[in-house]
Design a protein around this ligand. Structure first.
Ligand code: MOS
Length: 715
């Protein structure tokens, strides 16, 4: 059986725990719940990018049948944490929605129309108008970043002077356009005050506990009084890691109306209200001695941000940890614009940084006339994390590189660019490496055994499509020796054992410790019950043991988190990405012919799910390299377009079957299963690998993503 875009040596194919629920529609996404007395809300966005609201005209909208209320900054209920200036400053929430007449970006919510039907709410929203006192807006990153100086980011190691006279140097600037997450499922919130002082939210989020925490802070109420549910998700590429305006808006409307409120963003609103990968500029200077040993790296970066939110994704971080280099200087700045706030997106920071760094290393390989594979192997920091000086717990990136080279057939690459042709197509090979800190956070899980012998593994963590639920089932199966058919999982509810958000490739690494700890706690409990009952403790006897103890259920909960090992070691996941591209010499079209990704992520709990994450990320990398861009128009202070017809994701037709493999070496220090995150490293470096292959094919060095056909032809 051939899986979506993945070729991997998985020994056995198994379905996902959530698969049947998702494909039959029985699993509910946040917007799919129906509550009694439900009302529907629609956001009205500002039509100007900067200035102040002078007045909002609601009369026409209010006349629409079914309209229950229209909230604006003048009549909305107070969010307690924003009640005073001091509180607002401390709230930690970047844009207090409907809290001000000030406009920061086009599309900023200025009103919320609530009606008994969605249609009435949409129609009425179309009738809301406002007058503004406009001021000059700036959404021009290219024109603005030159006026902002990058400042030191991290400590400088060595000196720039030490490598000023390096015999071989590559130096260039790299740029990447604004990119938008756009998971298939829209962000949506249903809010209901279901009992006095008790709030329940169905919200599309990557972290129910994080939403719970933010909301309880904003409404100054105990955490326990805020319940958040996000049981199934239609994708989350980082946009689900924050609380966006839809959450407080739905809550405010529900408090005002004393009825449940459903607020689903429209696709156009997905472009402006839930973050994006900011546009960026980078400059990398890298030097090497005659043998190809790196002597120094100077990496500067700037990216856009909102004028009301100084988000920083840490672009230059990767240059500080990937290579063994004595002299390093990293600098960074944000460039405030009249855009909504950016946020983490698919390999945030490092994905952007790796494009520049790994392109520059490739450029240096041609200066040195050295094979890029050899150059990586010679310079990777495989033993010590150069940034912290701590030894890597494990780092098998060298093996990733060697294995990936075999998989792609690197031996067929010609060192001289532009020499291999097939009719009008030019053919080339490229590679790059990627690295991601392997994080682990404290998490909890529970094991519940019912009287029918069914185990349920429970945790508040969400599964955004990565296979977390399936991996939990796999771990419980391994630790308890109970057949997988008898193990269910329950996820994404704040009432379940607390867990961090699923993001930054930390989900399974955090949770695997909790699930194993819960399994151990459960086994001890069963051992105790078994001895009371005079039976041997084994899964075969669990029913009997429960009967004899007159139990209808056994529940064991446990937590697990990082500890002393964090002081001793640095942790990373690594990847090497290889590709073969063909470039059409008359049209400039680029086709990725073959792609191979090898990932070092410790022990792989579920090979199929892990490989699917890597191949999915690689497809994202193809989009980043070749097609994804959200342009802005400074004349109107807006984004150009806001739909999936104009924003080009890579789809199946743009991607080959991606050959994924793993190193399969357990990291015994990180957590009980020895597993590290795989999500982010699947995309970190892929865009550089593709750009490097295009250079090898054509001799054209393209440093501005996406590499659309016009750029190929005109360079
Ligand atoms: Mo991600 S950017 O870790 O959801």
């Amino acid at each position: 059986m051939n899986f979506f875009k993945t070729k991997t040596s998985s020994p056995k194919v198994e379905g996902r725990v959530e698969g049947v629920f998702k494909v039959t529609g029985t699993g509910k996404y946040s917007a799919e719940y129906h509550l009694d007395g439900m009302t529907y809300a629609v956001i009205v966005g500002s039509t100007v990018p900067a200035g102040r609201i002078e007045s909002i005209q609601l009369d026409q909208a209010k006349q629409v049948e079914g309209v229950l209320d229209i909230l604006t900054h003048q009549n909305r209920p107070q969010i307690p944490a924003f009640a005073t200036k001091e509180k607002l400053d401390k709230s930690g929430y970047s844009l207090p929605v409907l809290h001000t007449d000030q406009i920061y970006f086009k599309g900023q919510p200025i009103a919320l129309v609530v009606a008994t039907t969605l249609e009435d709410a949409m129609y009425a929203a179309s009738l809301v108008t406002a007058t503004y006192r406009k001021t000059t807006a700036n959404v021009d990153f290219d024109g603005s970043h030159k006026g902002v100086d990058a400042e030191p980011f991290g400590k400088e190691r060595g000196t720039m002077a030490a490598w000023a006279s390096a015999p071989h140097v590559a130096e260039a600037e790299y740029t990447i356009r604004h990119e938008v997450h756009n998971p298939m499922e829209m962000h949506a919130t249903i809010a209901t005050w279901h009992a006095p002082g008790k709030l329940k939210l169905y919200d599309k989020t990557q972290g129910v506990n994080s939403v719970q925490q933010t909301v309880s802070r904003l409404w100054e109420m105990p955490k326990e009084n805020v319940e958040v549910i996000s049981e199934f998700m239609g994708g989350g590429f980082g946009s689900g890691l924050k609380v966006w305006p839809n959450v407080p808006l739905a809550i405010m409307a529900s408090s005002q109306l004393k009825r449940p409120v459903k607020l689903v963003l429209t696709r156009p609103q997905m472009f402006t209200l839930v973050g994006y990968r900011p546009q960026s500029w980078q400059k990398v200077r890298i030097g090497a001695d005659k043998s190809g040993k790196f002597t120094g790296i100077w990496h500067q970066a700037k990216h856009a941000t909102a004028i009301y939110d100084n988000f920083n994704e840490g672009i230059v971080r990767i240059s500080r940890m990937l290579y063994d280099v004595k002299n390093i200087k990293t600098e960074f700045a944000t460039v405030p614009l009249n855009l909504s706030a950016p946020t983490w997106m698919r390999g945030p920071g490092d994905c952007t940084g790796a494009f520049a760094l790994e392109s520059a290393v490739d450029e240096l390989s041609y200066v040195l006339k050295m094979d890029p594979v050899q150059l990586r192997l010679q310079n990777l920091a495989l033993r010590i994390d150069p940034d912290t000086g701590k030894p890597w717990s494990t780092n098998y990136m060298g093996e990733c590189v060697t294995k990936g080279a075999e998989m792609i057939g690197w031996g067929d690459r010609k060192a001289l660019p532009g020499t291999v042709k097939d009719g009008d197509w030019q053919i080339g090979y490229g590679m790059a490496v990627g690295m991601w800190f392997a994080g682990r956070q404290k998490a909890s899980a529970a094991i519940r055994l019912d009287k029918d012998g069914v185990i349920t593994v429970e945790t508040a963590m969400t599964d955004i499509g990565t296979g977390t639920g399936t991996a939990m089932q796999n771990i419980a199966h391994e630790y308890l020796g109970i057949p997988k058919e008898k193990i269910k999982v329950k996820l994404g509810q704040s009432t379940l054992p607390p867990a961090p958000s699923q993001g930054g490739s930390t989900g399974l690494s955090s949770l695997s410790g909790a699930v194993t700890a819960a399994c151990e706690a459960f086994k001890s409990k069963m051992d105790a019950y078994a001895s009371t009952a005079g039976e041997q403790s084994s899964p075969a006897n669990y029913s009997l043991i429960m009967q004899k103890n007159k139990l209808t259920e056994v529940l064991a909960e446990a937590s697990s988190g990082p500890g002393e090992e964090q002081k001793k070691y640095a942790f990373c996941s690594g990847a090497a990405h290889f590709c073969k591209v063909k470039v059409h010499s008359k049209t400039g079209k680029v086709k990725v012919e073959k792609m191979a990704s090898v990932v070092d992520a410790g022990h792989i709990v579920n090979q199929q799910a892990a490989a699917n994450q890597v191949s999915g990320a690689a497809v994202g990398g193809i989009g980043m390299a070749l097609s994804e861009e959200q342009l802005t128009d400074n004349r109107y202070g807006c984004l150009v377009g806001n739909d999936l017809a104009g924003y080009h994701f890579a789809v199946n037709a743009d991607a080959p079957i991606i050959d994924v493999d793993f190193i399969h070496k357990t990291d015994v220090n990180i957590n009980p299963t020895g597993s590290k995150g795989v999500g982010e490293v699947g995309i970190i470096g892929t865009a550089a690998a593709i750009a490097n292959a295009i250079y090898n094919a054509t001799g054209k060095r393209l440093r501005d993503l996406p590499i659309t056909p016009d750029k190929v032809l005109l360079s």
